[in-house]
Design a protein around this ligand. Structure first.
Ligand code: GNR
Ligand code: NI
Length: 154
């Protein structure tokens, strides 16, 4: 495993569309391992591959309920709305409120290439949306409804 460097806002890679993984192989699993290690080292709640310079559709999330690894995640259903304070490891020292669905259903592949479906509510729904946005070059600051005074930007 290895900790990878997290790109910061201003790096054009963060603004690009990430391509689907065509085969979940050892390299994908290595990437997932490195992303989890990098996320935990940075004390983040999630990380998307473009943040470590890899334009593939891979994300990891841990909102305190254990590690979630998703390859080619897609939101297939969403409902409701919530306003949560967000931060981003690629936008240090800032936080702000974004409107997101209250509940999302996401389909993806796991590290063995098996289809999985996860349903997230509350902060997990926010984290899923935040990470999937990264795969499309979107940062939460593009969607701010209110900027908050900086502190604890996580
Ligand atoms: O660490 C993170 N915290 C966070 C807080 C609210 C909403 C989303 C997040 S994700 C963020 C880590 C990150 O930048 N993931 O892309
Ligand atoms: Ni982020």
């Amino acid at each position: 495993m290895a900790i990878r460097k997290i790109l910061k806002i201003g790096d054009e890679t963060l603004r690009k569309h990430a391509r689907p993984v065509t085969e979940v192989d050892r390299r994908t699993r290595q990437l997932l391992d490195d992303m989890a290690e990098t996320m935990y080292a940075a004390d983040g709640a999630g990380l998307a591959a473009p943040q470590v310079g890899i334009l593939r559709r891979v994300v990891v999330i841990d909102v305190g309920e254990g590690l979630i690894e998703l390859v080619n995640p897609e939101i297939v259903a969403s409902e409701g709305e919530q306003h949560q304070a967000e931060g981003c490891l690629s936008v240090p020292g800032k936080r702000g409120v974004v409107a997101r669905p209250a509940k999302v259903t996401v389909r993806a592949l796991n590290r063995r290439g098996k289809p999985v479906e996860i349903v997230g509510e509350g902060f997990l729904a926010t984290a899923l949306c935040h990470e999937i946005d990264h795969l499309d070059g979107v940062l939460y600051v593009d969607k701010l409804i209110e900027e908050l005074p900086e502190e604890d930007a996580k």
